[in-house]
Design a binder for this molecule. Structure first.
Ligand code: GDP
Ligand code: MG
Length: 175
């Protein structure tokens, strides 16, 4: 129990999306408020945990940061099956990564049905001149697939805290 007598809220969250869209950078920004310009591909799955205080409650998140390499794809469904939240990330400067989000979202739905919170996150908004996917396109897709939409920049720290707060708020709403 928490100090206020409420049950402990502990949830698993999985980050999904194509390689290099910025999944690890979003997690790193949220965890440590830092950013690394060098590309260090995640090997397999990384696990981190952090708590968010919201509306007088503490939400404990266990975060799985997955890697896009083909040889690890087969283990990803296990993490999806286990997670109450899926954050599907694309890179706003890479339209292929945006198209692929449909496949990731379908995979989450096929594993979890309706019992999941899905966030669609368009990352790298700081790269204004290289944008290939507009905010309106992201919003439309999120609407069509009935998921929550947000745009972020792990580099600039834009909307990263908000992303996790929206997750925590949705989780509290389900209690
Ligand atoms: P992952 O494969 O999805 O985990 O992607 P990474 O987090 O490893 O990021 C891939 C590359 O994109 C790295 O070189 C990052 O520095 C860069 N990157 C990640 N997020 C952003 C962002 O918001 N803006 C910019 N400009 N670069 C980013
Ligand atoms: Mg990574």
């Amino acid at each position: 129990l928490e100090q206020n007598g409420n049950p402990r809220l502990r949830f698993k969250l999985v980050f999904l999306g194509e390689q290099s869209v910025g999944k690890t950078s979003l997690v790193t920004r949220f965890m440590y408020d830092s950013f690394d310009n060098t590309c260090q591909a995640t090997i397999g799955i990384d696990f981190l945990s952090k708590s968010i205080d919201l509306e007088g409650r503490t939400v404990h998140l266990q975060i799985w940061d997955t890697a896009g390499q083909e040889r690890f794809r087969s283990i990803i469904p296990n993490y999806i099956r286990d997670s109450k939240v899926a954050v599907v990330v694309y890179d706003v400067t890479n339209s292929t990564s945006f198209q692929q989000t449909s496949r990731w979202i379908e995979q989450v739905r096929s594993e979890r049905g309706a019992d999941v919170i899905i966030m669609l996150a368009g990352n790298k908004t700081d790269l204004v001149d290289r944008r290939q996917v507009s905010t309106a396109e992201g919003e439309q897709k999120a609407k069509d697939l009935n998921v929550t939409f947000i745009e972020t920049s792990g580099k600039a720290g834009y909307n990263v805290k908000q992303l996790f707060q929206q997750v925590a708020s949705a989780l509290l709403g389900m209690e």
